[in-house]
Design a protein around this ligand. Structure first.
Ligand SMILES: NC(=O)c1ccc[n+]([C@@H]2O[C@H](COP(=O)([O-])OP(=O)(O)OC[C@H]3O[C@@H](n4cnc5c(N)ncnc54)[C@H](O)[C@@H]3O)[C@@H](O)[C@H]2O)c1
Ligand SMILES: O=C(O)C(=O)C[C@@H](O)[C@H](O)[C@H](O)COP(=O)(O)O
Ligand SMILES: [Zn+2]
Length: 358
């Protein structure tokens, strides 16, 4: 299987390595300075993490296997504090390193632990979900959720390297695989319409790791993310476009107490943002229909409870793109042309939600 390296620029450039069996590159990414390595991974992913643990042990590191709760259940301050305790007891110093293995929730947590331990130690990320590979592990956003909102506590802390071993994908449940497709579709709508063409060409294949266009979809989505974050690590401008669908999406996750898949919430959020753009006269009804058709074709939801609207509207207030009382949404002026819609009226918001409410 071919290996592709996608470079991420910035003050500390690194590679996103995509291929089969790339775990072997872990020691090279962890580097020669570390004596100890903390491997942070879900308790449930012992089998998936084992080859990585073996490679690190064989390279001579003292490896601490730090299991955490599965997925989103670990992305909170209780688990982060437990990790700080374990790092402290192991005597982790500034030259030691963290390796995060798992889905996006786990790599966000591992990145956050690395960002906060001693104010920042080296972290290498090994995403094992589609979503982790195409989005979460790339770009240096780390964080945890709080009761009040999604990712409200975090830090920008880019990894030293990202290893996407596509051989881990076949064991991923289909529903979680579909969640990753939402971020791939997002990359298509905001920056690379070829992604949309490939999914429309073979929607069934898009839902499977062995699909005809799967490698291309993964690499194109990573390339979109790498390009954006290379120029704007701290989200002072262009990076906001990666938040397409996330203002409503994060609010849905919050009202569901973080038990609703991120990708599913973002899928609904993208249709909401598309409806907002249509109401604002930026895109036509056909482009909104294209959102629904593509998302539905790969098994993603495009509607949500009408009764939830008041709670969602309240939750959106803490969106990181908001400025004061003004909400700011990423919308499209056209496919591949994202822009910001600032402070839409309550009537517009109500109308757009009416169009996605079930
Ligand atoms: N930092 C960022 O830039 C960024 C970007 C996008 C999303 N995110 C975050 O990513 C998270 C969503 O990530 P996700 O969709 O990967 O969810 P997840 O991390 O919850 O993983 C989904 C499920 O798949 C399991 N799993 C992981 N790899 C597996 C494998 N190879 N085989 C079988 N099961 C496997 C996990 O244990 C979990 O149960 C959210 O918290 C979201 O906020 C962050
Ligand atoms: O990397 C980014 O920037 C993104 O917005 C990517 C999103 O897919 C991701 O879910 C991110 O975690 C959202 O960031 P937040 O700052 O809105 O919490
Ligand atoms: Zn996301």
């Amino acid at each position: 299987m071919t290996v592709r390296r996608i470079g991420v620029g910035g003050a500390q450039p690194y590679d996103v390595v995509v291929g089969g069996g790339v775990f072997g590159e872990l020691p090279g990414q962890v580097g020669p300075d570390a004596a100890q390595v903390a491997v942070i991974r879900p308790d449930s992913l012992g089998e998936v993490a084992r080859p990585a643990l073996r490679v690190l042990e064989a390279a001579g590191y003292t490896v601490h296997d730090m299991g955490v709760p599965d997925g989103e259940a670990a992305k909170n301050v209780t688990v982060a504090a437990d990790l700080w305790g374990r790092l402290g007891r192991a005597g982790f110093t500034r030259t030691d390193a963290v390796v995060g293995i798992g889905g996006g929730a786990t790599t966000d947590l591992a990145g956050f632990a690395a960002a906060t331990w001693l104010r920042g130690v080296r972290v290498v990320l090994v995403p094992t979900t589609l979503l982790g590979m195409v989005d979460a592990a790339v770009g240096g956003k780390t964080g945890i959720n709080t009761t009040e909102g999604k990712n409200l506590v975090g830090a920008f802390h880019p990894p030293a390297g990202v290893l996407c071993d596509v051989a881990t994908l076949p064991s991923l449940p289909a529903a979680d695989y579909a969640g990753g497709l939402a971020e791939i579709v997002k990359a298509g709508f905001i920056a690379d319409p070829v992604i949309l063409d490939r999914i429309e060409d073979d929607p069934d294949g898009a839902t499977r790791p062995e699909g005809r266009h799967t490698r291309e979809l993964i690499e194109r989505a990573i390339a979109v993310k790498a390009e954006v974050v290379s120029g704007d690590l701290r989200e002072s401008g262009q990076r906001e476009m990666l938040n397409y669908g996330h203002t409503l999406g994060h609010a849905i996750e919050r009202v569901e107490n973080y038990t609703f898949r991120h990708g599913y919430a973002v899928a609904i959020g993208m249709v909401f943002a598309a409806e907002l753009a249509r109401i604002d006269g930026r895109i036509d009804a056909g482009t909104v229909r294209r959102h629904r058709a593509i998302l539905t074709s790969v098994g993603l939801p495009t509607a949500y409870s009408g009764e939830a609207w008041r709670g969602l509207r309240e939750s959106m207030r803490v969106d990181k793109k908001a400025r004061g009382a003004a909400l700011r949404f990423v919308v499209l002026d056209n496919v591949g042309e994202p822009s910001i819609l600032a402070d839409p009226s309550e009537e517009m918001l109500d109308a757009a939600y009416g169009a996605v409410s079930a």
